[in-house]
Design a protein around this ligand. Sequence first.
Ligand SMILES: [Zn+2]
Ligand SMILES: [Zn+2]
Length: 204
Amino acid sequence: MACTLTQEQIDKVIAFHGHQCPGLALGVRAAEWALANMGNALDEEIVTVTETDMCAVDAIQALVGCTFGKGNLIYRDQGKIAFTFYRRKDGKSARLVLRSDFVCGENDAHRRELPRRFRADEELTQEERALQASMRKEKCERIMSMPLEEIYLVKPAEGPMPHRARLMESLICEDCGEGVMESRIRRLQGKYYCISCFKKHDDR
Ligand SMILES: [Zn+2]
Ligand SMILES: [Zn+2]
């Protein structure tokens, strides 16, 4: 089934992210799954662990309501387009992973070549730029109209629900005098330093 979100929801995501792109569309579909199966972070306590920091994660923030600032969006860099959702009230969890056989109209070489040159910041002719833009648009539309099961595999979560963020003491760096969260303070020769001052002293 094609994406079931409303145009209003989709417009909100695009406004939040700043542009429409295939990466964002992938995030929209993951967020759609989360909203349907877990609820949203405003009504339910949802925690998302994201394994990527690309465009897609903005859709999770704008639609599911898990954000870095609230502490219910956790980034664990695995270089994978994968999101694990946890619901606190009943412990329900699932991990969505982009299918390795996910294809989106890139079967012929010409459709791969242009995006590659675009990403490599190569100079494109005006004609090529127009073609690139229309291919991106088409790719977004395809992602939005594909059945979810052709995009993501739904697997069990790989680890337990992350703990709530602990409230931490703030300590003062003995070099720059700035406050630092205690878990980030470094000790060197009996003195306490923030990470950047620690590096400075450690190099000497
Ligand atoms: Zn983007
Ligand atoms: Zn310092």
